[in-house]
Design a protein around this ligand. Structure first.
Ligand SMILES: NC(=O)c1ccc[n+]([C@@H]2O[C@H](COP(=O)([O-])OP(=O)(O)OC[C@H]3O[C@@H](n4cnc5c(N)ncnc54)[C@H](OP(=O)(O)O)[C@@H]3O)[C@@H](O)[C@H]2O)c1
Length: 208
């Protein structure tokens, strides 16, 4: 497969790129600064540009079978995810690519959820106090849910750096643990994009 990766220079994204390469996939990365991808430059195709540039996105996904994103807001960029969802869904439709895997947040609540009482309180607080950043996750979800594409958004709790281990995945019940290692998240994103699992869903992930 040829996988286009967004956010591949980030803490989760760099692990995701390593996992995809280990699984023998071709990788195209959209990066703002090619120097940040120096470690993998000889094994991937690099496209320099910003994810808000539709032309750069179109060039990155050209000929790809799927898109995997570990994008995250840097600084106070409170509209990154909704802006990107609009641009990427249009570019995918244009390029006839249907598969997308990305990251959302466990604080996002959907109608069929059965969140633990603890998580209901946390979600309420996050949505109440999270302002535009919380709204960005809601609007991002809405864009993908209405896209007609084959999307997956992993709903994740607090990310930590740590080793690969067992993880819990459930479509509606939030996990027992309130953390997830970036290694576990990257492996989930890689497996979901390569194996095509969890289509049109936003499962909760957490360390076991
Ligand atoms: N931290 C947590 O506890 C937590 C909890 C729930 C969900 N999340 C979500 O998990 C995701 C991954 O987190 P992380 O810590 O691995 O992220 P990260 O290290 O901050 O990486 C963010 C990535 O997004 C890229 N990016 C940002 N704006 C961009 C733009 N305009 N154009 C192109 N690339 C852009 C960055 O590129 P540059 O290298 O060029 O800056 C970087 O590759 C994020 O969506 C975050 O919101 C995090």
């Amino acid at each position: 497969m040829k996988v286009a990766v967004l956010g591949g220079t980030g803490r989760t994204g760099s692990l995701l790129v390593d996992d995809l390469l280990e699984r023998g996939q071709q990788v195209v990365m959209l990066v703002r600064d090619a120097k940040k991808a120096a470690m993998v430059a000889d094994r991937v195709t690099l496209i320099e540009g910003d994810v808000r540039d539709p032309d750069a996105v179109a060039r990155t996904i050209d000929g790809a079978n799927a898109i995997a994103s570990a994008l995250g807001p840097v600084g106070k960029d409170a509209t990154l995810l909704r802006d990107t969802a609009g641009i990427v869904t249009s570019a995918m439709a244009e390029a006839h690519i249907s598969r997308y895997v990305g990251i959302s947040v466990a604080g996002l609540t959907l109608p069929a959820d059965r969140k633990r009482p603890r998580d209901k309180v946390i979600s309420w607080l996050l949505n109440r106090l999270g302002g535009e950043l919380a709204k960005d996750k809601i609007e991002e979800y809405s864009a993908w849910a209405h896209s007609g594409l084959d999307w997956t958004l992993a709903r994740v709790p607090r990310l930590i750096d740590g080793p690969l281990s067992e993880l819990d995945v459930d479509p509606h019940v939030s996990g027992r643990r309130t953390t997830l290692t970036r290694a576990n998240l990257a492996r989930f994103l890689c497996d979901a994009v390569v194996d095509g699992r969890y289509s049109r869903s936003a499962p909760f992930l957490s360390d076991r």
